[in-house]
Design a binder for this molecule. Structure first.
Ligand code: 5GP
Ligand code: MN
Length: 536
């Protein structure tokens, strides 16, 4: 019996299925199910080139690559349980009943003894760690819950499947040793100057080298001498910071570096040392270093919709930014990594207040509120006015945070790939969990130009231009490159449109040809198949 070849696409990726014409229907369905990496309870829909839903069966009409079927997966089995719970269930564990039993036990012991014994504390920690492990993205791949992002149209990720979300001890130790060895080396004057410019290319540096560069920033702003920071304490602080950025595509240690380096560049370009106190600069640089600590790759909307622990802890109010800031002060609470340990209580209080303000200002839902306030004070801006200075500090960290497009194209574009990869991962998970999906994160709706054109026009330029109103010298450094990026993505959008048009023209030619063939065959060919409710 001859075999049939069916050409189809899944998520825009072309695939080919081959099966004997007498293949049992269930096997054909399983074949498509595995091509779509669908779970046993997911619903598959197959559309023929005319856009009609077609039965997945051995009777499928063979086709050519020009008249592809389109396969879509509908995650039918998604209740609102977190993935961890779903995974635990799949593995035969019932996490919530484990937790309930523990709570009951704890209550009983508390009534009888008045204190939670260490053994129960220990068990609680273990259940929590287990839940965390199950909920970490990288553990989902082996059960087929996860799409292999490296197959998508974007660059393969160096992160998914290969590394754990949190850095391993070995990973950290290796980087720490290299950093400590390098930290005694002299950094050339040329590199020190280059580090002060927004054209700096982060992609050329390893993590240990990045830590040395961060150390240079603290040194060259004279923070070590002004605030009596011991080099070993700064190194331990930077190491803890490195350790607590996760292995995710965008919000990782390299992003922390880029934001800090842009802040550092802005401080020098605007000659801010003349107008602001050193302590304000220390607040700004340290806020940039800490601003995305322990980001797990899911934004606030996800935290709130999925009712994560962070959203519960912070009552849906900037859960991520509150967390980044709390982790920063966890690191600073420990003497050996507290770069502020030699400061007076009053100074510490001021720095803490400043860092909290700056990190919380990076929540983009507050963008208009902060920008409008800044605009309103600009005409009479006064460096001696605390409210004005606070707003400027918030604007500076916001500008640094979203400044990738102000960098040279070869530095900026890979960052967009990383951002989209993180976005697509989130929207994939949202679809699986049955949560609302933000359109700007949806791999079926977003392209690189569509993501950047609106963002540059309506977010980046209006923000950057207000800062340039106060510091006109910034125009050439951050506004000109952003305008260039806008032109670049506008051209890319046009090219994509042209490609789409060409594609739909060749598609319609293929359809016309197919219609002609089916007219000639209609007297002899099989009739249309009835829809199968299982596949819809
Ligand atoms: P974050 O504090 O999360 O690093 O930055 C704020 C948010 O701004 C990012 O999560 C992302 O949603 C958005 N963002 C930053 N840079 C870009 C960019 O180049 N393009 C787009 N579309 N969004 C960006
Ligand atoms: Mn950030």
């Amino acid at each position: 019996m001859a075999s049939k070849i069916i050409f189809f696409t899944v998520n825009g990726i072309p695939e080919r299925a081959e099966f004997p014409a007498d293949c049992p229907a269930q096997e054909v369905k399983d074949l498509f199910r595995s091509a779509a990496e669908a779970g046993p309870h997911d619903i598959l829909k197959l559309y023929n080139p005319k856009g009609n839903i077609t039965n997945i069966s051995p009777h499928l009409e063979p086709n050519s690559p020009a008249s592809c079927y389109q396969l879509q997966v509908v995650a039918a089995d998604c209740n609102r349980q977190p993935l961890g719970a779903e995974m635990a269930g799949a593995l035969g564990f019932d996490l919530s009943s484990m937790e309930k039993r523990l709570q009951g036990l704890e209550k009983k012991i508390l009534c009888e003894a008045g204190d939670t014994p260490a053994a129960v504390q220990d068990m609680k920690k273990q259940v929590e760690a287990f839940r965390h492990k199950l909920e970490s993205v990288e553990h989902l791949s082996w059960l087929g819950f996860f799409k292999d992002l490296s197959e998508g149209p974007h660059q393969p990720s160096p992160f998914y499947h290969k590394r754990t979300l949190h850095k391993t001890r070995e990973e950290c130790e290796h980087v720490r040793e290299t950093f400590l060895q390098m930290s005694t080396l002299e950094v050339s004057e040329e590199l020190r100057q280059y580090l002060k410019t927004p054209t700096f290319d982060n992609w050329q540096w390893e993590d240990a080298e990045i830590m040395v560069l961060l150390q240079v920033m603290y040194t060259d702003l004279d923070f070590l001498s002004t605030f009596n920071i011991e080099p070993e304490v700064l190194q331990q602080f930077l190491f803890e910071v490195y350790r607590r950025y996760n292995n995710i595509p965008f919000h990782n240690f390299k992003h922390c570096f880029c934001v800090t380096q842009m802040m550092y560049g802005l401080i020098w370009l605007t000659d801010l040392r003349r107008n602001m106190e050193n302590v304000d600069l220390l607040i700004m640089l340290t806020s940039a270093v800490c601003h995305d600590l322990d980001h797990a790759g899911y934004n606030n909307a996800y935290q709130i919709n999925a009712r994560t622990e962070l959203a519960l802890r912070y009552n849906d109010i900037s859960p991520l930014e509150n967390h980044h800031c709390a982790v920063a002060f966890e690191i600073l609470e420990r003497g050996e990594s507290n770069i502020f340990r030699n400061l007076s209580l009053d100074q510490y209080k001021r720095i803490r207040e400043g860092i909290i303000k700056c990190i919380l200002a990076t929540d983009m839902t507050r963008h208009n509120e902060i920008l409008n306030k800044f605009k309103s004070i600009l005409p009479a801006f006064d460096f001696c006015n605390k409210e004005h200075k606070d707003l400027l500090m918030m604007i500076l960290i916001k500008v640094s945070d979203i400044s990738n497009e102000a960098r040279p194209m070869e530095v900026a574009e890979p960052w967009l790939d990383c951002l989209l990869q993180e976005f697509f991962n989130q929207s994939d998970v949202e679809k699986l969990e049955g949560l609302p999906v933000s359109p700007f994160m949806d791999r079926d709706k977003v392209t690189k130009p569509s993501s950047q054109i609106g963002f540059i026009r309506f977010v980046l330029l209006p923000l950057f231009m207000e800062l340039a109103n106060l510091f006109p010298c910034l125009e050439q450094h951050i506004i000109d490159p952003v305008r260039k990026a806008l032109d670049y993505y506008t051209e890319m959008e046009k090219a994509l449109d042209r490609e789409k048009q060409n594609w739909s023209q060749s598609e319609s030619v293929a359809r016309t040809k197919e219609a002609a063939v089916s007219r000639t065959n209609s007297q002899t060919g099989p009739g249309p198949e009835p829809p199968n409710p299982e596949t819809q």
